[in-house]
Write a protein that binds this ligand. Structure first.
Ligand SMILES: [Zn+2]
Length: 297
């Protein structure tokens, strides 16, 4: 697949960056000006649908993506219900958009809570699945291509999305445009300054340069939101863990330590391992609740 050489920082426009890691053959650099981490080679926009193919979600030989997203469906739904408590602390219904909504499970949870839902998802495979299985009709496009009207939404979710965007600042500015005044943006992303990331270094499980383009810290995520005129009401790592099966946990473990691959293959199919549900929080994810402020306010 084609990659594009990244010349300057998406957050501050500086062209001064220092190479920190090389992961899967892709250089990861840190901006000397603002501290944002990003890949030196970016995905090409034309390749996005190929990257988020069936194999990405359901397992294949790509070397990245999920083993089987749908096998963990109940656990994802449980995780989204838990995260939704944070949404409803600041927004009480109305029009909700999820950007990069994947299989739409977060929209399914929102719909059950009486929100009117919209979604944007670049993967045609995921869009077809949502239509058939959840009767959700989402935009199979980028956020900007969806051309939503201004001042339209009460809440926008960017959960596990912004780090995979090719233009995070541009997309957060677009969210500002389409939110109603006082509307809320909920962003969940990774924290490269977390203890786990600092200890794991280049083995950190959030380093997935085939799909992830940016790696945020509290400081850089906050700067980006403020640059787009958002007022941050809350930032937290609590409650940002996920429910998963022991089989899923073992497969993640095997990604870091190949010695566990055989054990994962044997036990992963075990009924008890597949059906179990444990809650894991490594505190390497951040969640921001941010409000659209008026630019002149
Ligand atoms: Zn920068």
């Amino acid at each position: 697949m084609k990659t594009i050489l990244q010349a300057k920082c998406n957050l501050c426009d500086s062209a001064q960056a220092q190479l920190v890691y090389i992961k899967d053959g892709i250089g990861i650099a840190k901006c000397k000006e603002c501290g944002l981490f990003f890949n030196l080679q970016m995905k090409s926009p034309q390749d996005l649908d190929k990257i988020y193919s069936r194999d990405y979600f359901l397992g294949g030989d790509l070397g990245y993506g999920y083993d089987n997203y749908l096998a963990e469906k109940e656990n994802y739904l449980r995780s989204f219900r838990k995260k939704f408590r944070l949404v409803e602390k600041y927004a009480q219904g109305g029009k909700l958009l999820s950007v990069g909504c994947g299989f739409g499970l977060c929209l399914d949870v929102a719909r059950a809570k009486k929100w009117q839902t919209w979604g944007v998802e670049i993967s045609k495979f995921a869009c077809d699945w949502m239509k058939e299985n959840l009767q959700l009709d989402v935009h199979n496009s980028t956020l900007k291509e969806a051309r939503f009207p201004g001042n339209h939404f009460d809440a926008v979710l960017m959960w596990g999305y912004i780090q995979e965007s090719l233009d995070p600042l541009g997309e957060i500015k677009e969210v500002y445009r389409i939110l109603k005044p006082g509307g809320m943006l909920f962003i969940q992303t990774q924290n490269i300054d977390s203890l786990y990331a600092r200890l794991a270094k280049d083995k950190w499980t959030q380093f997935k340069p085939q799909t992830t383009s940016y790696y945020f810290s509290k400081k850089t995520a906050r700067l980006m939101l403020e640059k787009a005129h958002f007022q941050i009401l809350e930032e937290t790592s609590a409650g940002m863990g996920q429910f998963c099966s022991l089989g899923f946990l073992l497969s993640r473990f095997a990604h870091i330590f190949p010695a566990f691959k055989k054990m994962s293959a044997t036990l992963g199919g075990n009924r008890l391992f597949r059906r179990s549900s444990v809650y894991i929080n490594l505190f390497d994810l951040l969640h921001f609740c941010a409000k659209k402020e008026e630019k002149n306010g």
